[in-house]
Design a protein around this ligand. Structure first.
Ligand SMILES: Nc1ncnc2c1ncn2[C@@H]1O[C@H](COP(=O)(O)OP(=O)(O)OP(=O)(O)O)[C@@H](O)[C@H]1O
Ligand SMILES: [Mg+2]
Length: 377
C-alpha cells in the first residue's frame, strides 16, 4: 500500500557511517531525543543487544510481517525482568525496527512512543518499550498472534477468510479504539487494514499511531498539516487541502468497512482503471439497496445477514461522504455497529439460504451484472 510521504524528508543527521554516529555528536543527539520522549512509567527502555537476543538476531524465521519501514520480528522476553528468553518461554513480543536516517521514520518512532506510552484501552496495542542506542530505533509491542486484518482479508493461503460475524466484531473493536482516541483529542491519520491487529480471540488491537496528532484546539476547526497517510484511505479534502480533522479518520474507517464488505483493497493497481479506487468503484452500488449484493465479498460464501449488510453499506457510505460535515462521529459509528451485532444472530440464519443461492449462480459462471441487473450507475 502506497504511503503519502512528506516531500521534505530530510535526514535527522547527515552522518551515514557507523563510526561517525558513535561520535560525541551522536551522544548529544540521543540525549536530545530522550528529552523529546515524554516520561511514562509503562514504557521500558530496551538495549539493542537484548532485542537482538530476544529475536535470535532478527533471524528471517522470526519475521512476522513487513511494513513500509521494514520487518517486524517476533521475540521472547521474561514477563517480569523484560530480559530476553528462549522461544516458547516468557511472553512473545513484536519488535519493529526504524531507520533513524529517515526523518519521517524517526518522527513516527517518537510519536508512537509518546502516544501509546500514555494511552490505555482494550482495543489499543500495548507498547512495552523502545530502544534508542547509537543508530538503532526500535519499538517493542505485545505480540498479536492473528496478525493484521490485511492478512486475513487479502493474503492467500496463510489464513482462513474471516466470517461476516468476525468482520463485524473487528469493525466494532476498531471503531471503539478510534472513538477512544477521538475522545482524547487524537487524530490517527493512518487508519488502515495493516494497523488493525488481532489477538487470539480476534479482539482488535489498533496500532500505528506514528502519524497521529493532537486535534485542533480552541477556536480552530482543523489542523493544517503536511499531507501524510496512506493512499486509498486518506480523505479527499485532506489530500486536496492538508486540512486535518477527526472526520478524516471517519473516512478511513469507511474505507475499512468497504474492504470488509467487498474483500477488495482500498487501492488495487491490478484491477481495471475504473475499479482500482475502492470508494469510487463501490459508491454507486452503496446508493441502491438492490445493487449492494453486487459488491459483497464472494469469500463470505453467501453466509451473512443481508439486513446487516445493508446497514453496514449505509454506514460506509455515510463515512466516505465527500462532505466531511456529513460524516458521522466515531461514537455514532460505534452505536450503529453495536446495533448491527445485536440484531445479527437471528437474521443471519434466516438469510443464509437465499444468499447461498446467489453464490451458487455466481459459481455457475454468471457475471455480477447479469444476476443483479446492470453495472454501477
Ligand atoms: N504487535 C504485532 N504483533 C504481531 N504482528 C505484528 C505486530 N505489529 C505488526 N505486525 C505485523 O507486521 C506487519 C507490518 O506492520 P507495520 O506496522 O510495520 O507495517 P504497515 O502497517 O503495513 O506499514 P507502516 O506502519 O509502515 O505504514 C503487520 O501487517 C502485521 O502482520
Ligand atoms: Mg503499521
Amino acid at each position: 500500500m502506497c504511503k503519502l510521504r512528506a516531500k521534505d524528508g530530510s535526514m535527522i543527521s547527515s552522518c551515514s557511517s557507523r563510526a561517525t554516529r558513535a561520535s560525541s555528536d551522536s551522544v548529544l543527539l540521543s540525549t536530545n531525543i530522550k528529552c523529546q520522549i515524554l516520561p511514562s512509567a509503562s514504557v521500558k527502555i530496551f538495549s539493542y543487544d537484548n532485542l537482538r537476543l530476544a529475536t535470535r538476531r532478527f533471524r528471517a524465521n522470526t519475521m512476522t510481517g513487513e511494513g513500509g519501514f521494514g520487518c517486524v520480528c517476533k521475540g521472547w522476553i521474561d514477563e517480569n525482568t523484560f530480559s530476553p528468553c528462549k522461544p516458547g518461554t516468557g511472553i512473545p513480543v513484536a519488535v519493529k525496527r526504524f531507520n533513524p536516517e529517515s526523518l519521517q521514520e524517526h518522527q513516527e518512532w517518537l510519536a508512537e512512543i509518546n502516544h501509546l506510552g500514555h494511552l490505555s484501552h482494550p482495543n489499543l496495542v500495548k507498547l512495552f518499550g523502545y530502544c534508542l542506542e547509537d543508530e538503532y530505533r526500535l519499538l517493542v509491542y505485545e505480540f498479536l498472534p492473528h496478525g493484521s486484518l490485511e492478512n486475513h482479508l487479502f493474503r492467500r493461503g496463510s489464513c482462513q477468510p474471516l466470517s461476516w460475524n468476525m468482520r463485524m466484531k473487528v469493525a466494532l473493536g476498531a471503531a471503539k479504539a478510534l472513538a477512544y482516541l477521538h475522545s482524547t483529542n487524537i487524530i490517527v491519520r493512518d487508519v488502515k487494514n495493516s494497523n488493525i491487529l488481532l489477538d487470539t480471540d480476534y479482539n482488535v488491537k489498533l496500532t500505528g499511531l506514528g502519524l497521529a496528532v493532537n486535534g485542533p484546539v480552541g477556536e480552530e476547526s482543523h489542523l493544517s498539516t503536511r499531507i501524510m497517510g496512506t493512499y486509498g484511505y486518506a480523505a479527499p479534502e485532506y489530500v486536496a487541502t492538508g486540512r486535518l480533522t477527526q472526520k478524516c479518520d471517519i473516512y478511513g474507517f469507511g474505507v475499512l468497512l468497504l474492504e470488509m464488505l467487498s474483500g477488495r483493497r482500498a487501492l488495487d493497481p491490478n484491477r481495471p482503471a475504473e475499479e482500482q479506487h475502492l470508494v469510487d468503484w463501490a459508491r454507486p452500488y452503496l446508493k441502491h439497496k438492490h445493487k449492494i449484493r453486487c459488491i459483497i465479498d464472494a469469500k463470505l460464501g453467501g453466509i451473512y445477514s443481508f439486513g446487516a449488510v445493508q446497514k453496514i453499506a449505509a454506514l460506509a457510505l455515510e463515512c466516505v461522504c465527500l462532505d466531511p460535515k456529513k460524516r458521522p462521529t466515531m461514537d455514532s459509528v460505534v452505536s450503529v455497529l453495536e446495533g448491527v451485532q445485536e440484531a445479527e444472530e437471528p437474521e443471519a440464519a434466516e438469510h443464509q439460504e437465499s444468499n447461498k443461492k446467489v453464490t451458487a449462480s455466481r459459481k455457475n459462471g454468471k457475471s455480477r451484472w447479469n444476476i443483479f441487473g446492470g453495472g454501477p450507475s
